[in-house]
Design a protein around this ligand. Sequence first.
Ligand SMILES: [Zn+2]
Ligand SMILES: [Zn+2]
Length: 340
Amino acid sequence: MKTSFYTLVILALLGTSACSDSDNSTDSSAAANDTSADSGSGDDASDAPDDTDSNQVGPNPDYFLAAGLAENITTTSCTLTDGTTTQCYKVVINGAPANAEIGPFCPSNITDDATEGGIWFDGSGEVYPLEGQFFVDVKTLYGDDWELYDEDTGEIHVTDTQVACEAAARPNVAAEYQNHCVQCSISYYDGGMQQTILIPVTPVPMSNPETIGADLGVSLNGVVIAGPAPVTQILAANTIAAFDDCGGHVNPAEGYHYHASLGCSEVVTTIDDHANLMGYALDGYGIYGMLNADGEEDYDLDECRGHEDETRGYHYHAASAAENMFIGCYQGAQGSIALN
Ligand SMILES: [Zn+2]
Ligand SMILES: [Zn+2]
């Protein structure tokens, strides 16, 4: 699993360097060099912008996989949430991950194994594989009024049309779609919804952290990083809003987005023992995976799940999927995110 994933990553990075001609790139081989774990090949920092470049505190546009982008990343003037007028990177995403398939989400029968479904997490500290048996055990977990499958056939109630998904994937779930496993196909939305994300070229720290909103950033493989899934509302309607194994699902209002960091967007490998970069928050600070190379979580994270080091400056580390969150708050003034 890991080997094939990293092979995919390397292929994707090689593909990026071969095909893209980013406005901001000074070296088309830069992305491929990120996996070579070698800082001895030259001292010119501008020649190989891997994640150890000094002063590279803001976002590095070369890290994004080109296949996730609708156009090359450019810079534009922007106004941040604190009123600062500055330069931002303009990242326009296609709305589908550059390096992974979307789904599967809900299995169709209680006899299905975990490969037929994705995962579910409710913020209580567990990540549940969505195998058929989960829908049998759900009564034990959430109560006797949960009836997610047909007792005669074992068939799981799944929202398998666009009408059903849109009636279920909303705050007031239509009565006929309660007791369903909720999924929406990206095919209902032309394979993805384009969005434009503006993130400051140079992060602007704030004196007080700010609360995160519905969406909080963008991943390197071109996916919106969303805030916590509204699990209380979802469970109140006796529904399971299935995520795929990458922690994403299709939201009818904005397309595919991530609710958890599960490694799918860690396309820049570090050359030290630090966790890998997976994306950027709207304030321009990097979001890294939760665990370092030794499988340990840093102990010095602040309330936003961030800390500072000499190589990366201030940056965040994603929480575990079981916590239903990426980061706790913003330490910088934010750019914006909007549907095209
Ligand atoms: Zn969502
Ligand atoms: Zn760190």
